[in-house]
Design a protein around this ligand. Structure first.
Ligand code: ADE
Ligand code: ZN
Length: 347
């Protein structure tokens, strides 16, 4: 099962680039940029990855980012993600970034986006992985701050496929950002939002009604509301689910309690993703393998999840068809005979 989890070509639709910042790279960039870290070693930092909820994670997540200063830093961060993603069967990625977490520290918006973009282009050439950026607004910041960020992004509109909403959910409902999202839609961007991770089903309704989201990020608490489940199913709104994240942040007690199988049983367009893989114990293939094992999912469910990832991706119809065809080949060929999903250029 683990081999299939990695081998199947898939799109990753919920990964925060700042959440792919591995401790070794945090230390390397801290040294290069002469920034002091409050941890004596990589192991000491890793030992601090014990979270009780979303907020306890976010504190460390934002603190670690403080060592990201230059365009080269952002490029290296994204390069490291793509190298790992390739090993996990990712052929397409839609990657969140949190500009306000950097501009608030005096790092220019263009430093962030130029660094990330150079890695996007290089990974397409080297690995054949296509990718797009999703700019997230920090929902615990003001709507005015989000608007400043949106305006900073306008010259880079082509690099950004959608805007999203992340950070501390409870107390920061989607309605706070309705005006900003209306503007983003008018600029031609799609919209997504984290909703129903720690927040109630009402936040998912707001994301749909007020922010006009094309996908819901997490959305696991949607299952508490049968009318919401029916709407997500009827309107075919995908959910970007992150099983290992949900365990680490105690949204569920254990992976065995995860509602992914129920979501598939309800015929929701559920996808599996890594969220913040450097912090939560695994990249997307690891998430596929772990949840399949814990929930005893049949191999066909892994294929459904990979298919859903392409159905939910922000790509044009021919690109979607090409990825689905590639998945069909990979899912019918014997594992030993199948070629690695992502290898385009071995050099
Ligand atoms: N930012 C990074 N990871 C997040 C998560 N799981 N929820 C909300 N905001 C985040
Ligand atoms: Zn997330």
């Amino acid at each position: 099962m683990r081999a299939a989890a990695f081998r199947l070509p898939k799109a990753e639709l919920h990964v925060h680039i700042e959440g792919t910042f591995e401790p070794e790279l945090i230390f390397a960039l801290a040294e290069r940029n002469r920034v002091a870290l409050p941890y004596a070693s990589v192991d000491a930092l890793r030992r601090a990855y014990q979270f009780t909820d979303l907020q306890s994670f976010l504190g460390l997540y934002y603190a670690a980012m403080n060592v990201l200063r230059t365009e080269r830093d952002f490029a290296e961060l994204a390069h490291a993600y793509f190298a790992r993603a390739r090993e996990q069967g990712v052929v397409h990625a839609e990657i969140f970034f949190d500009p306000q977490a950097h501009t608030a520290r005096g790092v220019a918006f263009e430093t962030v986006i130029d660094g990330l973009w150079s890695a996007v282009r290089e990974s397409e050439q080297r690995y054949g992985i296509t990718s797009k950026l999703i700019m997230c607004f920090l929902r615990d910041q003001s709507a005015e701050s989000a608007l400043v960020t949106l305006e900073q992004a306008l010259p880079y509109g082509e690099r950004i496929v959608a805007v999203g909403l992340d950070s501390a959910e409870v107390g920061n409902p989607p309605s706070k950002f309705q005006r900003i999202f209306e503007r983003a839609l008018a600029e031609g961007w799609k919209t997504v939002a984290h909703a129903g991770e720690e927040g109630p089903p009402a936040y998912v309704w707001e994301a749909l009604d007020l922010l006009q989201v094309s996908r819901v990020d997490h959305g696991v608490r949607s299952l508490e509301d049968p009318r919401l489940v029916a709407r997500l199913r009827d309107e075919r709104i995908p959910l970007t689910v992150c099983p290992l994240s949900n365990v680490k942040l105690r949204v569920v007690d254990t992976l065995r309690d995860h509602p992914l199988a129920r979501m598939l049983g309800e015929r929701l367009i559920a996808t599996v993703n890594s969220d913040d893989p450097a912090y939560f114990g695994g990249y997307v293939g690891d998430n596929f393998a772990a949840v399949a094992d814990a929930l005893d999912l049949p191999p066909s469910a892994l294929v459904t999840l990979a298919r859903n990832s392409f159905e939910a991706a922000f790509v044009d119809a021919p690109t979607r068809a090409a990825y689905l065809a590639r998945l069909a080949v990979a899912s019918t060929s014997a594992p030993a005979a199948a070629s690695p999903a992502t290898v385009v250029d071995e050099a």
